[in-house]
Design a protein around this ligand. Structure first.
Ligand code: ADP
Ligand code: MG
Length: 507
């Protein structure tokens, strides 16, 4: 009896063990096939984001072609190629004290820059930053500009030198980073508001004139001498510090570029725009598009969900506003196809929940256990306990998305160089590389939070630039980080366009 019982128990245990084993094996098979699916999503992402140098060169060519088209006629390309009327960049000889006002987001800044007439690589300046009250962002033109002018007056009174002999009319450069149709270097009308502003009676009005009226009204003796966009400010700072600077690129929340173009190549202005040989063109390159851009389903969905579908296609693949969201979309898809991220997280479905600085922090996590990835998943997405191999997968996704962005930005830069004959080939119709082309030192000023703060992005961009240009040409092209072009650059341009200084430096 006892023996029988023992036998029975043994059989029972054996059967149970058998059942457990079947379940475990079944789960393993299932999880293996799920993991295979996860790997499949990753491989597909990697393949569609691929940017071999051959493809980058197609993007370079497309950029140069679109630049031509945008210069040929108004609306000739998705690249607006806006005229800035800036034909006079600071060269280091400027003297005096100049002011700048930088309005382009939720804050505005007032700056005062003192120039000693000798090029200085570090530009000393006073600066004051102020938030714009929410009600003024959607109020009236007068309300906004009166508020700005009174802050400006306060700043001037605070920083003014009371001992100055014979004070003269002060000059100010105005950086207004909204789409503007310029009519001269110091005037231009607002085409439309972006970034949460909506002041109806301002659309179609001149931004510089609006500011000037408010300044006059408050009794400040100051002239708005230039109206620029932030890329032009970056170019001005770059050119002030290094006269070989021919273009400027910003890669921050958004992305844009400007460069110095020969007047005779600007067909759409029919020789009427400027008497000097060149003019700075604001490309608005965020809106560039080409069928050669490697587009994924995630890009298509992001675009469709955005408030500006079919707009800013290049920007949506490159800039800080979007990279984190592309990564979030890939993770979401994987979480829908498998359970590697555990139970569904509502946070993961929220657009822009994963910001690019967080993505960068995960990408640059150098700890063995990828603890930063785990922390960000917990804090931001409320996803806990993801295994190491899944954390590695997340890092890989960040890498693919950033690498594509950086390499496309590099191709864009080379596109500009190609357009102006500084890429070592002989222009649009030319071959890849010609030994007889004289290589001139060429500097591109670059700034923006994505470029300056995301090291891997920056490294990928530099690597691609060398790949596209080739080892012989690349050393002649210098990317120069430039600080605070949108502020200081406007003050420098106010100096170049000063009514007191006739020592002009026409391009
Ligand atoms: P803006 O473009 O708004 O004028 P910035 O040039 O300072 O301002 O860029 C800010 C943007 O740069 C942020 O919106 C973000 O997308 C990106 N960024 C900032 N810091 C980092 C970081 N550490 N890693 C990656 N991206 C960053
Ligand atoms: Mg900026």
């Amino acid at each position: 009896m006892g023996g029988k019982l023992v036998f029975g128990v043994t059989v029972g245990v054996a059967v149970a063990a058998c059942v457990v084993a079947t379940v475990v094996v079944g789960r393993r098979v299932k999880s293996r096939s799920k993991w295979k699916r996860v790997v499949g999503v990753l491989e597909e992402l990697e393949a569609t984001c691929d940017t071999p140098v051959r493809r980058l060169r197609q993007v370079v060519d497309a950029m140069a072609v679109e630049m031509h088209a945008g210069l040929a006629s108004e609306g000739g390309s998705k690249l607006k190629m806006l005229l800035t009327y800036v034909d006079n960049l600071p060269n280091g000889s400027e003297k005096g004290t100049f002011y700048a006002l930088d309005l382009g987001g939720t804050n505005f800044r007032v700056l005062r820059v003192h120039l000693g007439g000798q090029r200085s690589l570090t530009l000393k300046h006073d600066v004051e930053r102020q938030p714009i009250p929410q009600n003024l962002m959607t109020g009236t033109r007068e309300g906004l500009f009166d508020f700005i002018a009174s802050s400006l007056k306060e700043f001037v009174e605070k920083t003014d030198d009371p001992d100055e002999l014979a004070p003269r009319r002060k000059e100010l450069g105005f950086t207004f980073s909204f789409p503007v149709k310029q009519t001269s270097a110091s005037s231009g009308v607002l085409i439309k508001w972006t970034k949460g502003f909506s002041i109806e009676d301002m659309v179609g009005r001149d931004a510089a004139e609006s500011l000037q009226q408010a300044i006059d009204k408050i009794g400040l003796d100051m002239r708005v001498s230039v109206l620029i966009n932030d890329t032009v400010g970056t170019l001005a700072v770059g050119h002030y510090q290094d006269p070989d600077t021919v273009a400027a690129v910003i890669i921050g929340t958004g992305t844009n570029a400007c460069y110095v173009e020969r007047t005779d190549a600007i067909i759409k202005c029919q020789g009427l725009c400027t008497t000097s040989g060149s003019m700075v063109i604001n490309m608005e390159w965020g809106n560039f598009w080409s069928s050669h851009l490697p587009r994924t389903t995630y890009d298509i969905d992001l675009d469709a969900d955005s408030p500006n579908p079919s707009d800013q296609g290049f920007e949506k693949m490159i800039s800080g506003m979007y990279l984190g969201d592309i990564v979030r979309r890939v993770i979401l898809r994987i979480s829908q196809e498998s359970d590697v991220f555990g139970p569904a997280s509502t946070r993961l479905s929220m657009p822009f929940k994963l910001r690019t600085p967080m993505m960068a922090a995960m990408h640059e996590d150098s700890s063995l256990e990828l603890t930063e990835v785990a922390r960000i998943f917990e804090d931001i997405l409320e996803i806990t306990d993801i295994p190491l191999k899944v954390r590695k997968l997340v890092v890989k996704i960040c890498d693919i998305v950033t690498r594509r962005a950086a390499r496309l930005a590099a191709a864009g830069i080379v596109g500009i160089l190609k357009k102006i004959g500084r890429d070592g080939t002989s222009g649009i119709a030319g071959g890849r590389s010609r030994a007889d082309v004289k290589l001139r030192r060429t500097v591109v000023a670059i700034e923006g939070g994505l470029y300056t703060s995301y090291t891997i992005f920056r490294e990928y961009l530099h690597e691609a630039l060398v790949e596209i240009l080739g080892e012989d040409i690349a050393p002649h092209v210098i990317l120069k980080p430039t600080e605070d072009g949108s502020g200081i650059g406007a003050a420098l341009l106010a100096a170049s366009y000063s009514s007191y200084d006739t020592d002009a430096n026409l391009l």
